[in-house]
Design a protein around this ligand. Structure first.
Ligand SMILES: Nc1ncnc2c1ncn2[C@@H]1O[C@H](COP(=O)(O)OP(=O)(O)O)[C@@H](O)[C@H]1O
Ligand SMILES: [Mg+2]
Length: 151
């Protein structure tokens, strides 16, 4: 369980976490308290690392910050607006790859273009540039299992 932090920044915070709580209910245990009384302000440009032993609530906190999981109490605001669902302003890199195995690297990068019904012609070059940025130029047509996981 992550406990109270309590760091504050001088200017208005980019992300404000106030008295955040998260309790999971499982069949075995009706109350698994993952987060309690988390209060933390993060300023624009600040680089924050959450460190703690396995099971202390790091992933739970990140999922709530990303709007992927509802909290049980307290609140998170991003630029003053309450985070209560996923938003295109927030990205998250999951611990395990979340690639669609039947799509090539290029088609995986283009997935949001398809989901958001954007014009593929406009975004193809950007998708290629993004793949090149992570050293995958020339691997656009490879499937996820054909790429090194980098481990
Ligand atoms: N979906 C879930 N249902 C029930 N308990 C969960 C769930 N996800 C996480 N937990 C519990 O919440 C606590 C924090 O988990 P987690 O946020 O994954 O920790 P960490 O990422 O720091 O390893 C753990 O006790 C874990 O077992
Ligand atoms: Mg985790």
């Amino acid at each position: 369980m992550i406990g109270r932090h309590g760091r504050t920044s001088v200017s208005a915070p980019l992300i404000a976490i106030a008295d955040l709580e998260k309790t999971y209910a499982t069949r075995a245990r009706p109350r698994v308290q993952a987060l309690a009384a988390i209060t933390l302000d993060i300023a624009a440009g600040e680089f924050v690392t959450i460190v703690g032993q396995s099971g202390c609530g790091k992933t739970t906190l990140l999922k709530i910050l990303a709007g992927l999981l509802p909290c049980s109490g307290g609140r998170v605001t991003l630029r003053g607006a309450v985070v209560d669902g996923p938003s295109r302003d927030i990205g998250i890199v999951f611990q395990d790859p979340v690639l669609l195995p039947w799509r090539t690297a290029f088609d995986n990068v283009m997935l949001p273009v398809q989901v958001l019904r954007l014009d593929p012609a406009v975004h193809r070059d950007r998708a290629r540039r993004l793949l090149a940025l992570v050293g995958l130029a020339g691997f656009e047509d490879k499937y996820p299992h054909e790429l090194s996981g980098g481990r």
